[in-house]
Write a protein that binds this ligand. Structure first.
Ligand code: NAD
Length: 308
């Protein structure tokens, strides 16, 4: 249950509902598992995700490991390609070209962040849009902005699936998105403002240069915290009954843990939960939904490639 105690959560549950990403993602994973089993019996192609991991960053290892494990659970094929920290950009680009040209590979993900000597943009742009299951390629971003079918960045896509799972009516609500990164905050703001359900929000996007963040947050019916600053959003920033989506995951030193760290979200959960109507925990909220959305994208990529 992460940084908050079970009894603390229990007492808050009277006032609010936990947006349980483990539960909601399980429904998606179970449905994909059934679909893959059906594909197998029909002799259809099984989705294949190729993950590229550069270096040995602990958090990246954990994220890629979880993605590969989920592929196995569903029955997808997966390949993990490990490259040394000092790999050249050209070498990484040639690995991506090989994966683009491999007809067996349906989805490609390159775990970010990359070492400083490699350009994220060059790498993202090298992935063929039809295999870009992370939804970072400009073609997919452009389509998403226009409301066309596209691979949508897994974290905001996962958050939309979570809102859908809990049947949260977001129409007309004022959403405050804290963070404007290309992979979380910006696509989140676009999806929430789209003419869809969930969606149809009035969105304010905030960032490190935003003035009066507290006052803006207090106007939010929905707050999406994606700034990467542990426990930044406290109760004084939250309007009673707000819906809180905590995207942040930061490893903070913790000598009581065997690993030496614990995971913290961007929201002070114990303090904010009693003020909210719905809230995601960390861990167990947005994280599992991100993986489920990635798996959904990979399944779609496989289907689209085989239908064409
Ligand atoms: P990022 O560093 O690329 O972007 C952070 C954003 O927050 C920036 O746009 C910045 O302007 C804004 N910001 C920073 N300080 C601020 C402040 N004081 N006030 C207002 N805005 C501020 O980070 P990111 O990649 O978008 O990730 C954000 C967090 O979400 C991180 O903790 C990351 O680990 C986590 N994350 C979680 C998942 C998941 O699956 N749960 C996926 C991706 C990212």
């Amino acid at each position: 249950m992460g940084q908050y105690t079970k009894s603390a959560v229990k007492s808050y549950l009277c006032a609010m509902e936990l947006l349980d990403g483990k539960l909601a993602s399980k429904a998606i994973i179970d449905s994909l598992t059934l679909k893959v089993a059906q594909s197998k019996t029909e002799g259809k192609k099984i989705p294949h995700l190729a993950a590229v991991l550069v270096g040995n960053n602990g958090a990246s290892e954990t994220y890629v490991g979880a993605k590969v494990k989920t592929c196995a659970e569903i029955g997808f094929k997966s390949t993990l390609i490990r490259l040394e920290d000092d790999v050249t950009e050209n070498r990484l680009l040639s690995v991506i070209t090989d994966l683009n040209n491999d007809p067996d590979v349906d989805g490609i993900l390159v775990q970010l962040p990359l070492p400083k000597h490699i350009s994220d943009n060059n790498v993202i742009n090298a992935i063929h849009p039809s295999k870009d299951v992370d939804g970072f390629h400009p073609v997919n971003v452009g389509k998403m902005v226009q409301g066309l079918p596209a691979f949508v960045s897994a974290t905001p896509h996962g958050i939309m699936l979570l809102l859908e799972h809990y049947k949260i009516d977001t129409r007309g609500k004022h959403a405050i998105v804290i963070g404007r990164s290309n992979i979380v905050g910006r696509p989140m703001s676009i999806l929430l403002s789209a003419n869809t359900q969930p969606g149809n929000c009035t969105v304010t996007i905030c960032h490190s240069h935003t003035h009066n963040l507290r006052e803006l947050c207090l106007q939010g019916d929905i707050i999406v915290a994606a700034l990467g600053r542990p426990e930044f959003v406290d109760a004084s920033m939250v309007k009673p009954g707000a819906i809180i989506i905590d995207v942040g995951i930061t490893r903070v030193p913790d000598t009581t843990k065997k690993s030496g760290f614990s995971l913290k979200g961007d929201v002070k959960f114990n303090e904010v939960a009693p003020h909210s109507s719905f809230i995601t925990p960390v861990p167990g909220g947005v994280g599992p939904m991100t993986i489920a959305a990635l798996m959904k994208n990979t399944f779609t990529a496989c289907q689209e490639r085989n239908d064409n």
